[in-house]
Write a protein that binds this ligand. Structure first.
Ligand SMILES: Nc1nc2c(c(=O)[nH]1)N[C@H]1C(S)=C(S)[C@@H](COP(=O)(O)O)O[C@H]1N2
Ligand SMILES: [Mo]
Length: 292
């Protein structure tokens, strides 16, 4: 199940954790209905130190342990988000207005990196669907493209041309409108740290982490499947769908097991990262090996 807590209920990390314990007890007592198996979402979240000191963010560095430091000088404000393309009502919205227009909720999601590690992160944000709906997509809107920021003065990893900047990603329209797909504005009750994608990033919990693009500046509704940064730089390794799947190996490693950051031993990778009950129907009849 997805536990939804309004972020106004949360002030500090300890208050958050207390709240979390209450929910877990309620689940155990059967007070809250467990819609899905409680396997994934009730795992204890990683600590804020783990979440904010071990990152992937190639705009800054390929070294996970220094990104937080390199991102300290990044200025996420002011920020605007543009929604354009196959919509009847294109919009450019200031980040502060997004916060006012869309109530923020707390969502505890697993994040599974394609490299084989995973965390559980208490995000806050709002559903991407609620924003897209305000733009009235046309019938030609079949996919959604997300575009990151290009600012090499602050994002020093962009001086390295290892991939085409800005970072881009994409989803099929039904995936983008799925209620689990979250536009993230914070974690642990705090505004999003720079290293985690401030001020605005995506969280698509059933897909490998690289789909959850950070520092989004533009959302474009399009008719054709977009080519993401990773598909462009390594097409044989990174497909468009990137659904977490223990049975589909990366060409250079198995995806059968994963390391939960902070845990000593490996654990099995879950199909759709544990969200199969909620998302598998979108892929009925689709060859998940071919569309990896
Ligand atoms: N713009 C941008 N977004 C990105 C990345 C990136 O390099 N640039 N890395 C992705 C990858 S590979 C992962 S695993 C997650 C990591 O998110 P985290 O650092 O908040 O844990 O961000 C994703 N989003
Ligand atoms: Mo990743």
């Amino acid at each position: 199940m997805t536990v939804v807590i309004h972020s106004s209920d949360i002030t500090t990390e300890s208050a958050f954790l207390k709240r979390r314990q209450l929910i877990q007890s309620a689940l155990l007592l059967g007070i809250l209905p467990a819609v899905q198996s409680v396997s994934a979402e009730v795992e204890a979240p990683n600590t804020i130190e783990q979440i904010s000191r071990y990152n992937n963010y190639y705009e800054f560095s390929t070294n996970k342990e220094v990104i937080w430091k390199l991102a300290e000088a990044f200025k996420p404000h002011p920020w605007t988000l543009t929604i354009e393309g196959e919509v009847q009502r294109p919009r450019t919205i200031a980040f502060d207005d997004l916060l006012k227009q869309f109530p923020q909720e707390e969502r505890i999601y697993r994040l599974r990196c394609v490299e084989g590690w995973a965390m559980v992160i208490p995000w806050q944000g709002f559903s991407l669907a609620s924003l897209i709906k305000t733009c009235n997509p046309t019938s030609r809107a079949k996919f959604v493209e997300f575009i990151g920021l290009e600012r090499p003065t602050e994002m020093i990893g962009q001086r390295n041309k290892m991939m085409a900047w800005p970072y881009t990603e994409g989803l099929r329209i039904d995936e983008a409108l799925h209620p689990l797909t979250l536009l993230v504005t914070g974690l642990y009750g705090h505004p999003l740290p720079n290293q985690n994608g401030a001020p605005l990033r995506l969280a698509v919990p059933w897909k490998y982490g690289f789909k959850s693009i950070k520092a989004i500046t533009k959302i474009r509704l399009v008719e054709e499947q977009p080519v993401s940064s990773w598909m462009r730089s390594a097409p044989s390794e990174y497909g468009f769908y990137a659904n977490v799947n223990p049975d589909v190996s990366h060409p250079r490693w198995s995806q059968r097991r994963e390391v939960r950051i902070g845990h000593a031993s490996k654990q099995p990778t879950l199909l759709f990262n544990g969200y199969a009950d909620q998302v598998a129907s979108m892929y009925q009849g689709m060859d998940l090996v071919k569309y990896f």
